[in-house]
Design a protein around this ligand. Structure first.
Ligand code: AHR
Length: 513
């Protein structure tokens, strides 16, 4: 049952982009309406309509980036509907999702660009906007960029001033559509490459000529077999204009991955471990996207973004606005994903767990009067020291649980071996931060963490979920149960420390070296 975690300080990977710890909020269910925005006349305390309880929790997380307005919603969203005097904004369809407290497939447009950017400012996070490719056009997209970023005298900047912002907002991240292989237009990789080229041409030219050249464009990739390769291949054929190649138009390539096994709170032992086998697919998705980029866009520094990911249980359905319970199991799976993303710091430029409030694997849940953190929130809190630090190669020698493959899940082979311990490590200013999860749901594990240094000092050590069963979920009345506690750490050798991780727990160790 002993496990060894080797942290190779001599083998730094890259800086962990803080944006790997990013978020995503869509006009879906009670994420935006009810969760983030309740308007100015609500019983909950707000700052101009934005819930203060929710934003206080998000601000404490140092959330680096927030993607909006979708999701599928983005490809039928016309941003001009959501600016100007609120009482004059049109009520439109939300053809993708029922939303708000009444869960109706309608969009009031009360929460639009200015409200979103005010929210970002309030929680000190970078905005990431997804433009409408499915039912919009490049003019609408570039008008949005001009509205947000241009510092001059045009109709768009007048509209911005009339909407309350004289100064430009300086939005860096622009997604060119969302899941355009699916809800965002059902494009083939080749057809989307044509769309991407078209949109990116205008957005990029606007930015170079009228902006400060800092806009970063995200192309929608896919996890399906050869989608990314076909997209990149065709894109390369499309463009040669002036001194630019097509890859000057593209800064990031995104993929999405959701998974489940069993129910949210009701799952068997097999389903418990199967979830971790499925979770591991995100690492494979990233590797495959990075391989496609290396093959078809060599020599570029295009990053891989996972801008939607998380557990999507069968209980989260259209009718309930994709709400589900949030257990210790879900939080552990998030810890494993974050370890995998840290280990890929050289290729992953951003990741956005879905979705910030109330929907899917949210970090915050709300009711009519309160907001509280989910178990996954605490994992993000524990992982904060990794943001912006240098990832260190980390090798785990642990037992595994064998999960038999069903259908075409988790790639090739008849079985998947789920490591019972997951870990990642990073270094900053003479401190090494190590996160270690004991995925074993039944037994505690003695875990030896070894480094290259022979003068290790333990600065702090805390553990999440000690004593909680894996199906414990947050309900607003039990928030204390998920708080971290201190955990003893022993020196086990000149270059190592020993910690006994309780079953299904996540440990954060801060070591001076
Ligand atoms: O997050 C819910 C939905 O999942 C998003 O709208 C879509 O992009 C994805 O399929």
């Amino acid at each position: 049952m002993d496990t060894e975690v080797f942290v190779c300080q001599h083998n730094p990977i890259d800086r962990i982009a803080p944006d790997i710890y990013g978020h995503f909020a869509e006009h879906l269910g009670r994420c935006v309406y009810g969760g983030l925005w309740v308007g100015e006349d609500d019983q909950v305390s707000t700052d101009e309509g934005i819930r203060e309880d929710t934003t206080a929790l998000l601000a404490d997380l140092d959330a680096p980036v927030l993607r909006w307005p979708g999701g599928c919603f983005a490809d039928d969203y016309h941003w001009k509907d959501g600016v100007g005097p609120r009482e004059e904004r049109p009520r439109r369809r939300n053809m993708w999702w029922p939303q708000g407290r009444g869960r109706v497939p309608e969009e009031s447009n009360a929460f639009g660009t200015e409200e979103f950017l005010a929210l970002c400012e309030k929680i000190d996070t970078e905005p990431y906007l997804a433009v409408n490719v499915g039912s919009g056009d490049p003019r609408e997209a570039v008008d949005w960029a001009e509205y947000c970023n241009y510092d001059g005298e045009t109709e768009m900047t007048r509209l911005r001033a009339e909407s309350g912002s004289e100064q430009p907002h300086g939005v860096t991240y622009w997604g060119v559509g969302n899941e355009n292989w699916g809800c965002g237009g059902r494009f083939s990789p080749e057809a989307y490459a044509e769309q991407f080229r078209h949109y990116a041409n205008y957005l990029n030219t606007f930015d170079r000529v009228m902006g400060d050249g800092s806009m970063e464009l995200v192309a929608c990739g896919h996890i399906a077999d050869d989608w990314n390769r076909r997209f990149l291949d065709y894109l390369a054929e499309c463009v040669d204009f002036g001194e630019n190649t097509v890859y000057d138009l593209m800064d990031h390539l995104s993929v999405h991955r959701y998974y489940y096994a069993g129910g949210d709170t009701d799952f068997t032992e097999d389903q418990y471990y199967r979830l971790f086998a499925r979770t591991a697919q995100i690492a494979t998705d990233v590797d495959r996207a990075a391989e496609a980029l290396e093959l078809l866009a060599p020599g570029t520094d295009i990053g891989v973004i996972v801008d939607e990911w998380g557990v999507w249980h069968p209980e989260a359905v259209f009718g309930n606005g994709l709400e589900q319970e949030h257990t210790v199991r879900d939080a552990l799976s998030a810890a494993v994903v974050l370890d995998d993303l840290n280990a890929r710091a050289d290729v992953v430029s951003m990741a956005n767990i879905a979705q910030t409030v109330n929907v899917l694997q949210c970090l915050v849940q709300t009711d009519e009067t309160d907001a509280w953190p989910t178990p996954t929130y605490h994992v993000y809190d524990l992982y904060k020291p990794h943001m912006g630090a240098t990832a260190l190669d980390t090798v785990v020698d642990a037992d595994t649980e064998t999960v038999e493959r069903k259908g075409d899940e988790f790639g090739e082979g008849d079985v998947h071996e789920v490591p019972l311990v997951s870990a990642s490590a990073s270094e900053r200013d003479g401190q090494v931060y190590v996160t270690v999860s004991n995925v074993d749901k039944n037994d505690a594990r003695e875990i030896v963490v070894s480094l290259d240094s022979d003068a290790i000092g333990v600065e702090s050590a805390s553990v999440l979920f000690d004593g909680l069963s894996v199906d414990t979920y947050s309900d607003g009345g039990n928030t204390e149960a998920f708080q971290p506690s201190e955990i003893p750490v022993e020196r086990s050798g000149d270059r190592s420390v020993l910690v006994e991780a309780p079953p299904s727990s996540v440990v954060g160790l801060s070591l001076s070296v």
